[in-house]
Design a protein around this ligand. Sequence first.
Ligand code: ZN
Ligand code: ZN
Length: 256
Amino acid sequence: MTAIGVTVLGSGSAGNSIAVTSAGSTVLLDCGFSARETVRRLEACSIDASSVVALLVSHEHSDHVRGIRVLAKRLGVPVYASRGTRRAASLDALVADVREIRAGAPLALAGMTVTAFPTSHDAAEPLGFRFDAESGDSLGVLTDTGALTPEAHETLTSCSALGIECNHDIDMVETGPYPWFLKRRILSDRGHLSNTAAAEALSRLASGTLTSVVALHLSRTNNTAALAFASLCGELDRLGHPATVATAAQEAPCIL
Ligand SMILES: [Zn+2]
Ligand SMILES: [Zn+2]
């Protein structure tokens, strides 16, 4: 039992949200579902919506911010985002209490220390996050990035849990139905991590403290849960590492 509760409410191009709970308080990372659906999923996982003390936004894409206006109002909580995301998502027009978070400047939230780092994605100022509880448990979240940035590498070493984007299988993108410009975007270093790139990132981040890994943001068109799972498990096997692997889904929550 970790002192950080990690519940992926859902993950994929139709909506992303992760509830991170410590000592009875919850931070929601991204609000890509409607407010009603977000609360429904929280309750389905026995997380009281009134335990949410802050909303964190990684970047302005709609699969990460769709429910932010209604949810922030309904819960009466502040929204934290980078300056670039704040502007690009027009957060000040949507939310009463917007606060800025900067890469490399840790923040105390819900009894945890939250540290942001820059990701490499086609957004204004996208961030990834690490959550550290006083107990020493920690969660790193690396998603919506075309590369493991040096800052991500530095920040995410020695986490006890990791969420890593496994967006696509490269062959499925190349032979699949997407138009060429979209294929080029997905495969670029400002797009999304492939299963192969996620495994490479995992090999660089898997320290002795790591106990669990969850694959995030799987594409319905360009990936399968089995391929993502096999890619991460294969890497851990190669390393002789005992961490467990789960795959998050779009339709239903996944509790770590
Ligand atoms: Zn996304
Ligand atoms: Zn995105």
